[in-house]
Ligand binder design. Structure first.
Ligand code: CAO
Length: 550
Protein backbone atom coordinates (compact mmCIF):
# COMPACT_ATOMS: atom_id res chain seq x y z
CA UNK A 1 0.00 0.00 0.00
CA UNK A 2 1.19 3.53 -0.74
CA UNK A 3 -0.32 6.95 -0.43
CA UNK A 4 -0.24 9.13 -3.52
CA UNK A 5 -0.85 12.83 -3.04
CA UNK A 6 -2.56 14.39 -6.02
CA UNK A 7 -1.75 18.01 -6.76
CA UNK A 8 -3.12 20.72 -9.01
CA UNK A 9 -1.40 20.44 -12.39
CA UNK A 10 -0.34 23.22 -14.72
CA UNK A 11 -3.30 25.54 -15.14
CA UNK A 12 -2.10 26.92 -18.44
CA UNK A 13 -1.66 30.42 -17.19
CA UNK A 14 -4.52 30.73 -14.73
CA UNK A 15 -3.17 31.73 -11.36
CA UNK A 16 -5.86 30.37 -9.14
CA UNK A 17 -9.09 28.53 -9.76
CA UNK A 18 -12.08 27.41 -7.76
CA UNK A 19 -12.86 23.83 -6.79
CA UNK A 20 -16.45 23.44 -7.88
CA UNK A 21 -17.02 19.71 -7.59
CA UNK A 22 -15.58 16.75 -5.71
CA UNK A 23 -16.30 13.91 -8.10
CA UNK A 24 -16.04 10.95 -5.74
CA UNK A 25 -16.43 10.29 -2.03
CA UNK A 26 -13.83 9.33 0.56
CA UNK A 27 -13.45 5.55 0.39
CA UNK A 28 -14.47 5.35 -3.27
CA UNK A 29 -12.32 3.36 -5.64
CA UNK A 30 -10.98 5.45 -8.50
CA UNK A 31 -9.32 4.43 -11.70
CA UNK A 32 -6.45 6.19 -13.35
CA UNK A 33 -7.76 9.21 -15.29
CA UNK A 34 -11.07 9.22 -13.43
CA UNK A 35 -11.95 12.73 -12.33
CA UNK A 36 -11.23 13.62 -8.72
CA UNK A 37 -12.25 17.27 -8.73
CA UNK A 38 -13.56 19.82 -11.18
CA UNK A 39 -11.89 23.21 -11.21
CA UNK A 40 -13.20 26.34 -12.74
CA UNK A 41 -11.66 29.63 -13.65
CA UNK A 42 -13.75 32.48 -14.95
CA UNK A 43 -13.13 31.17 -18.47
CA UNK A 44 -13.33 27.41 -18.43
CA UNK A 45 -13.67 24.31 -16.35
CA UNK A 46 -11.42 21.27 -16.17
CA UNK A 47 -11.32 17.92 -14.48
CA UNK A 48 -8.30 16.86 -12.46
CA UNK A 49 -7.94 13.13 -13.03
CA UNK A 50 -6.47 10.62 -10.65
CA UNK A 51 -2.93 9.70 -11.72
CA UNK A 52 -3.31 6.15 -10.37
CA UNK A 53 -5.77 3.37 -9.61
CA UNK A 54 -6.63 3.31 -5.92
CA UNK A 55 -9.10 4.59 -3.38
CA UNK A 56 -9.67 8.07 -2.06
CA UNK A 57 -8.33 8.31 1.51
CA UNK A 58 -8.92 11.98 2.03
CA UNK A 59 -9.88 15.10 0.13
CA UNK A 60 -7.57 17.97 1.05
CA UNK A 61 -9.83 20.60 -0.51
CA UNK A 62 -13.53 21.39 -0.33
CA UNK A 63 -15.95 22.75 -2.88
CA UNK A 64 -15.56 26.50 -3.07
CA UNK A 65 -11.87 26.46 -2.16
CA UNK A 66 -9.51 28.45 -4.32
CA UNK A 67 -6.43 26.50 -5.38
CA UNK A 68 -3.30 27.09 -7.42
CA UNK A 69 -0.73 24.97 -9.24
CA UNK A 70 0.93 22.47 -6.91
CA UNK A 71 -1.71 22.55 -4.19
CA UNK A 72 -2.48 19.10 -2.79
CA UNK A 73 -6.06 18.10 -3.39
CA UNK A 74 -6.42 14.44 -2.40
CA UNK A 75 -4.70 11.43 -0.95
CA UNK A 76 -5.09 8.22 -2.94
CA UNK A 77 -4.18 4.84 -1.50
CA UNK A 78 -2.72 2.62 -4.17
CA UNK A 79 -2.53 -1.17 -3.98
CA UNK A 80 1.13 -1.43 -4.91
CA UNK A 81 3.86 0.46 -3.12
CA UNK A 82 6.22 2.13 -5.53
CA UNK A 83 9.84 1.23 -5.55
CA UNK A 84 12.21 3.99 -4.50
CA UNK A 85 13.18 4.40 -8.16
CA UNK A 86 9.59 5.05 -9.07
CA UNK A 87 8.97 7.37 -6.14
CA UNK A 88 8.86 11.01 -7.13
CA UNK A 89 11.40 13.21 -5.45
CA UNK A 90 8.75 15.17 -3.65
CA UNK A 91 5.56 13.90 -2.14
CA UNK A 92 3.62 15.70 -4.80
CA UNK A 93 2.87 13.39 -7.66
CA UNK A 94 2.45 14.74 -11.13
CA UNK A 95 -0.70 13.49 -12.81
CA UNK A 96 0.27 10.83 -15.30
CA UNK A 97 -2.19 12.25 -17.75
CA UNK A 98 -1.94 15.97 -17.64
CA UNK A 99 -5.28 17.65 -18.02
CA UNK A 100 -5.71 20.21 -20.70
CA UNK A 101 -4.64 23.52 -19.27
CA UNK A 102 -7.19 26.19 -18.69
CA UNK A 103 -6.55 28.76 -21.30
CA UNK A 104 -7.73 32.28 -21.39
CA UNK A 105 -9.97 32.06 -24.43
CA UNK A 106 -9.23 34.86 -26.78
CA UNK A 107 -11.65 34.87 -29.64
CA UNK A 108 -10.32 36.35 -32.78
CA UNK A 109 -12.44 37.78 -35.51
CA UNK A 110 -11.49 37.94 -39.11
CA UNK A 111 -13.36 40.74 -40.82
CA UNK A 112 -14.67 39.48 -44.12
CA UNK A 113 -16.26 42.61 -45.34
CA UNK A 114 -15.06 46.10 -44.79
CA UNK A 115 -17.72 48.43 -43.54
CA UNK A 116 -18.92 51.11 -45.85
CA UNK A 117 -17.94 54.61 -44.83
CA UNK A 118 -21.00 56.41 -43.73
CA UNK A 119 -22.22 59.13 -41.48
CA UNK A 120 -24.94 56.67 -40.34
CA UNK A 121 -24.64 53.51 -38.28
CA UNK A 122 -22.41 51.00 -40.05
CA UNK A 123 -22.48 47.22 -40.05
CA UNK A 124 -19.75 44.74 -40.71
CA UNK A 125 -19.75 40.97 -40.71
CA UNK A 126 -16.95 39.34 -38.83
CA UNK A 127 -16.09 35.74 -38.16
CA UNK A 128 -15.62 34.56 -34.62
CA UNK A 129 -12.77 32.07 -34.40
CA UNK A 130 -11.78 29.44 -31.88
CA UNK A 131 -9.21 30.99 -29.56
CA UNK A 132 -5.91 29.42 -28.61
CA UNK A 133 -6.98 26.26 -26.81
CA UNK A 134 -3.47 25.45 -25.63
CA UNK A 135 -3.05 22.40 -27.81
CA UNK A 136 -2.64 21.45 -31.45
CA UNK A 137 -5.32 18.81 -31.04
CA UNK A 138 -8.82 19.33 -32.38
CA UNK A 139 -11.59 19.13 -29.81
CA UNK A 140 -15.24 18.38 -30.24
CA UNK A 141 -17.92 21.03 -30.44
CA UNK A 142 -20.59 19.70 -28.08
CA UNK A 143 -23.05 22.56 -27.95
CA UNK A 144 -24.00 25.44 -30.14
CA UNK A 145 -25.30 27.95 -27.65
CA UNK A 146 -26.80 30.49 -30.05
CA UNK A 147 -29.09 30.45 -33.07
CA UNK A 148 -29.06 32.44 -36.30
CA UNK A 149 -30.78 35.74 -35.65
CA UNK A 150 -29.81 35.83 -31.97
CA UNK A 151 -28.45 39.02 -30.55
CA UNK A 152 -25.25 38.24 -28.70
CA UNK A 153 -23.48 40.39 -26.22
CA UNK A 154 -19.78 40.50 -25.76
CA UNK A 155 -18.83 37.67 -23.42
CA UNK A 156 -21.86 35.52 -24.24
CA UNK A 157 -21.08 31.92 -25.06
CA UNK A 158 -21.23 31.01 -28.73
CA UNK A 159 -20.31 27.33 -28.55
CA UNK A 160 -18.97 24.84 -26.03
CA UNK A 161 -15.95 22.70 -26.84
CA UNK A 162 -14.99 19.55 -25.02
CA UNK A 163 -11.77 17.61 -24.91
CA UNK A 164 -11.48 14.45 -22.87
CA UNK A 165 -10.23 16.57 -19.99
CA UNK A 166 -12.13 19.83 -20.01
CA UNK A 167 -15.01 21.79 -21.43
CA UNK A 168 -14.52 25.31 -22.60
CA UNK A 169 -17.06 27.96 -23.45
CA UNK A 170 -16.09 30.01 -26.48
CA UNK A 171 -17.35 33.51 -25.80
CA UNK A 172 -18.15 36.19 -28.30
CA UNK A 173 -15.92 39.22 -28.20
CA UNK A 174 -18.47 41.14 -30.23
CA UNK A 175 -21.93 42.41 -29.67
CA UNK A 176 -24.12 41.87 -32.68
CA UNK A 177 -26.41 39.54 -34.57
CA UNK A 178 -25.52 35.95 -35.40
CA UNK A 179 -25.81 35.73 -39.19
CA UNK A 180 -24.50 32.23 -39.68
CA UNK A 181 -23.28 29.41 -37.49
CA UNK A 182 -20.36 27.99 -39.35
CA UNK A 183 -19.44 25.12 -37.03
CA UNK A 184 -21.90 22.47 -35.94
CA UNK A 185 -22.21 19.98 -33.10
CA UNK A 186 -19.80 17.09 -33.50
CA UNK A 187 -17.27 19.12 -35.54
CA UNK A 188 -13.69 18.85 -34.40
CA UNK A 189 -12.30 22.32 -34.01
CA UNK A 190 -8.85 23.66 -33.28
CA UNK A 191 -7.33 27.04 -32.62
CA UNK A 192 -8.32 29.55 -35.29
CA UNK A 193 -11.18 27.55 -36.79
CA UNK A 194 -14.28 29.47 -37.73
CA UNK A 195 -17.26 29.40 -35.38
CA UNK A 196 -19.86 31.95 -36.42
CA UNK A 197 -20.46 34.95 -38.60
CA UNK A 198 -21.56 37.97 -36.59
CA UNK A 199 -22.96 41.20 -37.89
CA UNK A 200 -21.66 44.04 -35.80
CA UNK A 201 -23.33 47.40 -35.84
CA UNK A 202 -21.33 50.40 -34.82
CA UNK A 203 -22.76 53.77 -33.97
CA UNK A 204 -22.61 56.93 -36.05
CA UNK A 205 -19.11 57.07 -37.32
CA UNK A 206 -17.10 60.13 -37.90
CA UNK A 207 -15.73 60.54 -41.39
CA UNK A 208 -12.25 59.85 -40.14
CA UNK A 209 -13.30 56.64 -38.39
CA UNK A 210 -15.23 55.52 -41.43
CA UNK A 211 -12.22 56.01 -43.60
CA UNK A 212 -10.11 53.96 -41.24
CA UNK A 213 -12.66 51.17 -41.19
CA UNK A 214 -12.80 51.12 -44.95
CA UNK A 215 -9.18 50.07 -45.07
CA UNK A 216 -8.49 46.48 -46.13
CA UNK A 217 -9.27 44.00 -43.43
CA UNK A 218 -6.50 43.84 -40.88
CA UNK A 219 -4.92 40.60 -39.83
CA UNK A 220 -6.87 39.02 -37.02
CA UNK A 221 -5.74 40.21 -33.66
CA UNK A 222 -6.46 38.70 -30.32
CA UNK A 223 -9.48 40.24 -28.78
CA UNK A 224 -9.58 41.19 -25.15
CA UNK A 225 -10.66 38.40 -22.87
CA UNK A 226 -14.37 38.52 -22.21
CA UNK A 227 -15.50 39.88 -18.92
CA UNK A 228 -17.48 36.95 -17.59
CA UNK A 229 -17.51 33.37 -18.88
CA UNK A 230 -18.88 30.79 -18.57
CA UNK A 231 -22.32 32.25 -18.08
CA UNK A 232 -23.92 30.64 -15.05
CA UNK A 233 -27.49 29.45 -15.40
CA UNK A 234 -30.16 32.06 -14.91
CA UNK A 235 -32.06 29.41 -12.92
CA UNK A 236 -31.19 29.49 -9.24
CA UNK A 237 -29.78 26.33 -7.72
CA UNK A 238 -32.73 24.04 -7.20
CA UNK A 239 -33.53 20.89 -5.28
CA UNK A 240 -32.71 17.65 -7.13
CA UNK A 241 -35.06 17.19 -10.05
CA UNK A 242 -37.90 14.92 -9.04
CA UNK A 243 -39.87 15.19 -12.22
CA UNK A 244 -38.65 15.02 -15.77
CA UNK A 245 -40.99 17.82 -16.74
CA UNK A 246 -39.02 20.37 -18.72
CA UNK A 247 -37.35 23.06 -16.68
CA UNK A 248 -36.36 26.44 -17.97
CA UNK A 249 -32.76 25.58 -18.68
CA UNK A 250 -31.89 26.04 -22.31
CA UNK A 251 -28.81 24.63 -23.95
CA UNK A 252 -27.03 27.94 -23.81
CA UNK A 253 -27.17 27.70 -20.04
CA UNK A 254 -26.18 24.12 -19.42
CA UNK A 255 -23.61 24.36 -16.72
CA UNK A 256 -21.84 21.07 -16.16
CA UNK A 257 -18.34 19.64 -16.16
CA UNK A 258 -17.02 17.07 -18.61
CA UNK A 259 -17.50 14.17 -16.19
CA UNK A 260 -21.15 15.07 -15.80
CA UNK A 261 -21.59 15.55 -19.53
CA UNK A 262 -20.01 12.17 -20.16
CA UNK A 263 -22.32 10.54 -17.58
CA UNK A 264 -25.34 12.20 -19.14
CA UNK A 265 -24.38 10.90 -22.56
CA UNK A 266 -23.91 7.39 -21.17
CA UNK A 267 -27.34 7.49 -19.53
CA UNK A 268 -29.03 9.28 -22.41
CA UNK A 269 -30.04 12.20 -20.19
CA UNK A 270 -30.78 15.55 -21.76
CA UNK A 271 -28.94 17.93 -19.45
CA UNK A 272 -31.27 20.76 -20.35
CA UNK A 273 -33.91 18.85 -18.37
CA UNK A 274 -31.76 18.60 -15.22
CA UNK A 275 -31.64 21.17 -12.44
CA UNK A 276 -28.18 21.70 -11.00
CA UNK A 277 -27.65 21.76 -7.26
CA UNK A 278 -23.96 22.62 -7.31
CA UNK A 279 -22.36 26.01 -6.84
CA UNK A 280 -23.93 28.58 -9.19
CA UNK A 281 -26.50 25.98 -10.19
CA UNK A 282 -23.89 23.69 -11.73
CA UNK A 283 -25.21 20.23 -12.64
CA UNK A 284 -23.48 17.50 -10.68
CA UNK A 285 -23.35 13.74 -11.09
CA UNK A 286 -25.89 13.26 -8.32
CA UNK A 287 -28.30 15.57 -10.14
CA UNK A 288 -28.09 13.35 -13.23
CA UNK A 289 -28.48 10.17 -11.18
CA UNK A 290 -31.45 11.60 -9.26
CA UNK A 291 -33.05 12.67 -12.52
CA UNK A 292 -32.78 9.13 -13.89
CA UNK A 293 -34.14 7.64 -10.64
CA UNK A 294 -37.17 9.90 -10.62
CA UNK A 295 -37.80 9.28 -14.32
CA UNK A 296 -37.76 5.52 -13.68
CA UNK A 297 -40.11 5.88 -10.72
CA UNK A 298 -42.53 7.95 -12.75
CA UNK A 299 -42.40 5.35 -15.50
CA UNK A 300 -44.06 2.83 -13.14
CA UNK A 301 -46.92 5.04 -12.03
CA UNK A 302 -50.36 4.99 -13.59
CA UNK A 303 -50.16 8.30 -15.38
CA UNK A 304 -47.57 10.18 -17.27
CA UNK A 305 -44.78 7.60 -17.18
CA UNK A 306 -42.66 6.35 -20.04
CA UNK A 307 -42.28 9.85 -21.37
CA UNK A 308 -46.01 10.15 -22.05
CA UNK A 309 -47.26 13.66 -21.47
CA UNK A 310 -49.62 13.96 -18.54
CA UNK A 311 -53.23 14.92 -19.07
CA UNK A 312 -53.60 18.40 -17.56
CA UNK A 313 -55.64 18.74 -14.38
CA UNK A 314 -58.69 20.88 -15.04
CA UNK A 315 -60.91 22.64 -12.55
CA UNK A 316 -64.29 21.54 -13.98
CA UNK A 317 -66.21 23.63 -11.44
CA UNK A 318 -65.54 26.62 -13.68
CA UNK A 319 -67.98 25.07 -16.21
CA UNK A 320 -70.78 24.03 -13.83
CA UNK A 321 -71.70 22.00 -10.73
CA UNK A 322 -69.48 19.02 -10.01
CA UNK A 323 -68.80 16.50 -7.27
CA UNK A 324 -65.65 14.50 -6.70
CA UNK A 325 -66.25 10.82 -5.91
CA UNK A 326 -63.62 8.45 -4.60
CA UNK A 327 -62.73 5.61 -6.96
CA UNK A 328 -63.46 2.13 -5.62
CA UNK A 329 -60.51 -0.18 -5.15
CA UNK A 330 -61.70 -2.24 -8.13
CA UNK A 331 -61.89 0.86 -10.29
CA UNK A 332 -58.36 1.86 -9.35
CA UNK A 333 -56.99 -1.62 -10.00
CA UNK A 334 -58.87 -1.73 -13.31
CA UNK A 335 -57.50 1.66 -14.33
CA UNK A 336 -53.94 0.57 -13.57
CA UNK A 337 -54.37 -2.78 -15.31
CA UNK A 338 -55.94 -1.24 -18.39
CA UNK A 339 -53.20 1.31 -18.75
CA UNK A 340 -50.49 -1.27 -18.11
CA UNK A 341 -51.97 -3.61 -20.72
CA UNK A 342 -52.67 -0.85 -23.22
CA UNK A 343 -49.12 0.47 -22.99
CA UNK A 344 -47.35 -2.89 -22.92
CA UNK A 345 -49.29 -4.92 -25.44
CA UNK A 346 -49.18 -4.19 -29.16
CA UNK A 347 -52.86 -4.76 -29.89
CA UNK A 348 -54.51 -5.91 -33.09
CA UNK A 349 -58.24 -6.57 -33.28
CA UNK A 350 -59.85 -8.80 -35.88
CA UNK A 351 -63.60 -8.73 -36.52
CA UNK A 352 -66.02 -11.32 -37.83
CA UNK A 353 -69.67 -12.34 -37.50
CA UNK A 354 -70.76 -15.82 -36.44
CA UNK A 355 -74.07 -17.19 -37.68
CA UNK A 356 -75.70 -18.31 -34.41
CA UNK A 357 -79.17 -18.97 -35.83
CA UNK A 358 -79.00 -22.69 -35.11
CA UNK A 359 -77.20 -22.16 -31.80
CA UNK A 360 -79.99 -19.88 -30.60
CA UNK A 361 -82.64 -22.38 -31.71
CA UNK A 362 -80.89 -25.07 -29.74
CA UNK A 363 -80.29 -22.78 -26.69
CA UNK A 364 -83.97 -21.86 -26.54
CA UNK A 365 -84.90 -25.54 -26.77
CA UNK A 366 -83.00 -26.05 -23.53
CA UNK A 367 -85.23 -23.62 -21.65
CA UNK A 368 -87.73 -26.17 -20.20
CA UNK A 369 -84.94 -28.37 -18.93
CA UNK A 370 -83.10 -25.33 -17.64
CA UNK A 371 -86.10 -24.36 -15.60
CA UNK A 372 -86.17 -27.84 -14.08
CA UNK A 373 -82.46 -27.61 -13.27
CA UNK A 374 -82.73 -24.02 -12.11
CA UNK A 375 -80.10 -22.98 -14.65
CA UNK A 376 -80.54 -20.28 -17.26
CA UNK A 377 -78.49 -20.90 -20.38
CA UNK A 378 -77.41 -17.71 -22.16
CA UNK A 379 -75.22 -17.35 -25.28
CA UNK A 380 -72.26 -16.65 -22.99
CA UNK A 381 -72.06 -20.33 -21.95
CA UNK A 382 -71.71 -21.35 -25.60
CA UNK A 383 -69.11 -18.67 -26.18
CA UNK A 384 -67.06 -19.95 -23.25
CA UNK A 385 -67.32 -23.51 -24.52
CA UNK A 386 -66.44 -22.41 -28.07
CA UNK A 387 -63.49 -20.29 -26.91
CA UNK A 388 -62.13 -23.24 -24.91
CA UNK A 389 -62.39 -25.44 -28.00
CA UNK A 390 -60.69 -22.76 -30.12
CA UNK A 391 -57.84 -22.54 -27.59
CA UNK A 392 -57.38 -26.30 -27.72
CA UNK A 393 -57.24 -26.19 -31.51
CA UNK A 394 -55.03 -23.07 -31.61
CA UNK A 395 -52.57 -23.36 -28.70
CA UNK A 396 -50.80 -20.11 -29.70
CA UNK A 397 -53.65 -18.34 -27.90
CA UNK A 398 -52.93 -20.33 -24.75
CA UNK A 399 -49.48 -18.84 -24.25
CA UNK A 400 -47.96 -16.06 -22.19
CA UNK A 401 -44.64 -14.32 -22.68
CA UNK A 402 -42.14 -15.38 -20.00
CA UNK A 403 -40.80 -12.58 -17.83
CA UNK A 404 -37.28 -13.01 -19.26
CA UNK A 405 -38.47 -12.00 -22.73
CA UNK A 406 -36.64 -15.03 -24.11
CA UNK A 407 -39.36 -17.67 -23.76
CA UNK A 408 -43.09 -18.17 -23.82
CA UNK A 409 -45.11 -20.37 -21.50
CA UNK A 410 -47.43 -22.88 -23.21
CA UNK A 411 -50.35 -23.73 -20.92
CA UNK A 412 -51.88 -27.21 -21.03
CA UNK A 413 -54.98 -26.26 -19.06
CA UNK A 414 -57.86 -24.16 -20.38
CA UNK A 415 -59.52 -21.64 -18.05
CA UNK A 416 -61.69 -18.91 -19.52
CA UNK A 417 -62.10 -15.50 -17.83
CA UNK A 418 -65.48 -13.77 -18.07
CA UNK A 419 -65.71 -9.99 -17.65
CA UNK A 420 -68.55 -9.11 -15.26
CA UNK A 421 -69.97 -5.64 -14.93
CA UNK A 422 -70.66 -4.89 -11.25
CA UNK A 423 -71.66 -1.75 -9.33
CA UNK A 424 -68.15 -1.63 -7.84
CA UNK A 425 -66.46 -2.00 -11.21
CA UNK A 426 -65.26 -4.59 -13.66
CA UNK A 427 -64.10 -8.00 -12.38
CA UNK A 428 -63.03 -11.09 -14.28
CA UNK A 429 -63.85 -14.39 -12.55
CA UNK A 430 -62.48 -17.50 -14.21
CA UNK A 431 -64.40 -20.58 -15.40
CA UNK A 432 -61.89 -23.31 -14.65
CA UNK A 433 -61.33 -26.27 -16.99
CA UNK A 434 -63.93 -24.93 -19.41
CA UNK A 435 -62.80 -27.33 -22.12
CA UNK A 436 -63.77 -30.31 -19.96
CA UNK A 437 -67.18 -28.96 -18.99
CA UNK A 438 -70.54 -29.22 -20.73
CA UNK A 439 -73.00 -26.38 -21.35
CA UNK A 440 -75.00 -27.07 -18.17
CA UNK A 441 -71.96 -26.98 -15.95
CA UNK A 442 -70.56 -23.86 -17.65
CA UNK A 443 -73.96 -22.14 -17.40
CA UNK A 444 -74.10 -22.95 -13.66
CA UNK A 445 -70.55 -21.57 -13.25
CA UNK A 446 -71.48 -18.39 -15.15
CA UNK A 447 -74.46 -17.80 -12.86
CA UNK A 448 -72.45 -18.55 -9.70
CA UNK A 449 -69.50 -16.38 -10.68
CA UNK A 450 -71.61 -13.47 -11.93
CA UNK A 451 -73.65 -13.54 -8.69
CA UNK A 452 -70.55 -13.68 -6.47
CA UNK A 453 -69.03 -10.88 -8.52
CA UNK A 454 -72.03 -8.60 -8.18
CA UNK A 455 -72.20 -9.31 -4.44
CA UNK A 456 -68.48 -8.61 -4.06
CA UNK A 457 -67.86 -12.12 -2.75
CA UNK A 458 -65.33 -13.45 -5.26
CA UNK A 459 -62.20 -14.94 -3.70
CA UNK A 460 -58.83 -14.05 -5.26
CA UNK A 461 -58.52 -17.64 -6.47
CA UNK A 462 -61.83 -17.23 -8.38
CA UNK A 463 -60.13 -14.55 -10.48
CA UNK A 464 -56.79 -16.26 -11.07
CA UNK A 465 -55.47 -18.66 -13.67
CA UNK A 466 -57.32 -17.36 -16.74
CA UNK A 467 -55.94 -18.25 -20.19
CA UNK A 468 -58.27 -16.17 -22.37
CA UNK A 469 -61.08 -13.70 -21.60
CA UNK A 470 -64.57 -13.15 -22.97
CA UNK A 471 -66.13 -9.73 -22.60
CA UNK A 472 -69.81 -9.90 -23.55
CA UNK A 473 -71.81 -6.75 -24.06
CA UNK A 474 -74.40 -8.72 -26.02
CA UNK A 475 -77.19 -8.01 -23.59
CA UNK A 476 -76.58 -4.29 -24.00
CA UNK A 477 -76.09 -3.78 -27.73
CA UNK A 478 -73.45 -2.44 -30.08
CA UNK A 479 -72.03 -3.60 -33.39
CA UNK A 480 -68.51 -4.23 -32.19
CA UNK A 481 -65.70 -3.00 -29.97
CA UNK A 482 -61.99 -3.53 -29.41
CA UNK A 483 -61.40 -5.14 -26.01
CA UNK A 484 -58.06 -4.66 -24.24
CA UNK A 485 -56.01 -7.83 -23.80
CA UNK A 486 -55.99 -8.99 -20.16
CA UNK A 487 -52.20 -9.45 -20.04
CA UNK A 488 -50.36 -11.79 -19.47
CA UNK A 489 -53.10 -13.55 -21.45
CA UNK A 490 -52.62 -12.95 -25.17
CA UNK A 491 -56.19 -12.88 -26.48
CA UNK A 492 -59.63 -11.54 -25.58
CA UNK A 493 -62.97 -11.88 -27.36
CA UNK A 494 -65.37 -8.95 -27.39
CA UNK A 495 -68.97 -10.04 -28.05
CA UNK A 496 -71.64 -7.61 -29.22
CA UNK A 497 -75.38 -7.98 -29.73
CA UNK A 498 -76.64 -10.53 -32.26
CA UNK A 499 -78.86 -9.21 -35.01
CA UNK A 500 -80.92 -10.71 -37.81
CA UNK A 501 -79.23 -9.93 -41.10
CA UNK A 502 -79.86 -10.91 -44.73
CA UNK A 503 -77.09 -13.36 -45.63
CA UNK A 504 -76.51 -14.42 -49.22
CA UNK A 505 -76.54 -18.21 -49.49
CA UNK A 506 -75.42 -18.35 -53.12
CA UNK A 507 -78.84 -18.03 -54.68
CA UNK A 508 -80.86 -16.02 -52.20
CA UNK A 509 -80.74 -13.82 -49.11
CA UNK A 510 -81.57 -15.70 -45.93
CA UNK A 511 -82.48 -14.14 -42.57
CA UNK A 512 -79.73 -15.26 -40.21
CA UNK A 513 -78.90 -14.29 -36.61
CA UNK A 514 -75.39 -12.90 -36.77
CA UNK A 515 -73.18 -12.40 -33.72
CA UNK A 516 -70.48 -9.68 -34.04
CA UNK A 517 -67.13 -10.70 -32.60
CA UNK A 518 -63.94 -8.68 -32.03
CA UNK A 519 -60.79 -10.65 -31.23
CA UNK A 520 -57.96 -8.56 -29.77
CA UNK A 521 -54.56 -10.19 -29.46
CA UNK A 522 -51.02 -9.51 -28.35
CA UNK A 523 -49.11 -9.20 -31.59
CA UNK A 524 -45.86 -10.07 -29.83
CA UNK A 525 -47.09 -13.62 -29.36
CA UNK A 526 -49.87 -14.02 -31.92
CA UNK A 527 -49.41 -13.25 -35.58
CA UNK A 528 -52.18 -12.40 -38.00
CA UNK A 529 -52.29 -15.93 -39.40
CA UNK A 530 -52.79 -17.41 -35.91
CA UNK A 531 -55.59 -14.94 -35.26
CA UNK A 532 -57.22 -15.64 -38.61
CA UNK A 533 -57.24 -19.38 -37.93
CA UNK A 534 -58.54 -18.88 -34.38
CA UNK A 535 -61.38 -16.62 -35.53
CA UNK A 536 -62.33 -18.85 -38.46
CA UNK A 537 -62.44 -21.86 -36.15
CA UNK A 538 -64.49 -19.99 -33.55
CA UNK A 539 -67.00 -18.78 -36.13
CA UNK A 540 -67.28 -22.30 -37.54
CA UNK A 541 -68.10 -23.98 -34.23
CA UNK A 542 -70.52 -21.23 -33.17
CA UNK A 543 -72.26 -21.56 -36.53
CA UNK A 544 -72.50 -25.32 -36.19
CA UNK A 545 -72.18 -26.37 -32.56
CA UNK A 546 -71.90 -30.02 -33.54
CA UNK A 547 -68.20 -29.20 -34.18
CA UNK A 548 -67.81 -28.47 -30.45
CA UNK A 549 -68.31 -32.13 -29.73
CA UNK A 550 -65.68 -33.29 -32.19
N1 CAO B 1 -76.69 -10.96 -28.31
C1 CAO B 1 -77.97 -10.82 -28.02
N2 CAO B 1 -78.47 -11.11 -26.81
C2 CAO B 1 -77.63 -11.55 -25.87
C3 CAO B 1 -76.27 -11.71 -26.13
C4 CAO B 1 -75.81 -11.40 -27.41
N3 CAO B 1 -74.54 -11.50 -27.72
N4 CAO B 1 -75.70 -12.17 -24.99
C5 CAO B 1 -76.64 -12.27 -24.06
N5 CAO B 1 -77.81 -11.89 -24.60
C6 CAO B 1 -79.10 -11.87 -23.95
C7 CAO B 1 -79.41 -13.22 -23.41
O1 CAO B 1 -79.97 -14.02 -24.37
C8 CAO B 1 -80.34 -12.87 -22.32
O2 CAO B 1 -81.59 -12.54 -22.82
P1 CAO B 1 -82.89 -13.30 -22.29
O3 CAO B 1 -82.96 -12.97 -20.83
O4 CAO B 1 -83.96 -12.72 -23.09
O5 CAO B 1 -82.64 -14.73 -22.54
C9 CAO B 1 -79.77 -11.62 -21.76
O6 CAO B 1 -79.01 -11.03 -22.81
C10 CAO B 1 -78.88 -12.01 -20.60
O7 CAO B 1 -77.91 -11.12 -20.41
P2 CAO B 1 -77.03 -11.24 -19.10
O8 CAO B 1 -76.02 -10.16 -19.21
O9 CAO B 1 -77.87 -11.21 -17.87
O10 CAO B 1 -76.35 -12.64 -19.08
P3 CAO B 1 -75.19 -13.20 -19.99
O11 CAO B 1 -75.00 -14.61 -19.62
O12 CAO B 1 -75.42 -12.91 -21.40
O13 CAO B 1 -73.90 -12.41 -19.51
C11 CAO B 1 -72.30 -11.57 -18.01
C12 CAO B 1 -73.36 -12.63 -18.26
C13 CAO B 1 -71.78 -11.73 -16.61
C14 CAO B 1 -71.20 -11.75 -19.03
C15 CAO B 1 -72.93 -10.19 -18.21
O14 CAO B 1 -74.00 -10.03 -17.29
C16 CAO B 1 -72.00 -9.05 -18.02
O15 CAO B 1 -71.69 -8.62 -16.91
N6 CAO B 1 -71.53 -8.47 -19.12
C17 CAO B 1 -70.74 -7.29 -19.07
C18 CAO B 1 -69.33 -7.64 -19.39
C19 CAO B 1 -68.53 -6.37 -19.49
O16 CAO B 1 -68.72 -5.41 -18.75
N7 CAO B 1 -67.61 -6.31 -20.45
C20 CAO B 1 -66.86 -5.16 -20.69
C21 CAO B 1 -65.49 -5.38 -20.19
S1 CAO B 1 -64.39 -4.19 -20.74
O17 CAO B 1 -64.97 -2.84 -20.18
Amino acid sequence: MAIEIVTIPDLGGAESVEVIELCTAVGDAVEQEESLVVLESDKASMDVPSPVDGSVVKYLVSEGDTVKVGDAIAEIETANAKTPAEEPSSQQAEPEVAPAPIEEPAVEEAPVEAPVASQEATTSEQIALVPDIGSDDKVELIEVSVAVGDQVEEGETLVVLESDKATMDVPSTLSGTVKQIIAKEGDKLGTGDQVALIEVTSGVASTAEAEVQAEPAPAPTPAPAPAETPVPPKQPAAAPAVNPAPVANDSAEIYAGPAVRMLSRELGVDLSQVSGTGPKGRIQKDDVNNFVKSALQLGTTSTGGAGIPQVPTIDFSQFGDIETVKLSKIQKVTADNMQRNWLNVPHVTQFDDADITDLETFRKSLKPEGEKRGIKVTPVAFLIKAAAAALAANPEFNRSLAGDGENYVQKHYINIGMAVDTPRGLVVPVIKDAYKKGIWEISADVITMATLAREGKLKPSDMQGGCFTISSLGAMGGNGFTPIVNSPEVGILGVSKSQMKPIWDGSDFQPRLMLPLGLSYDHRVINGGDAGRFMTYLVKILSDIRHMTL
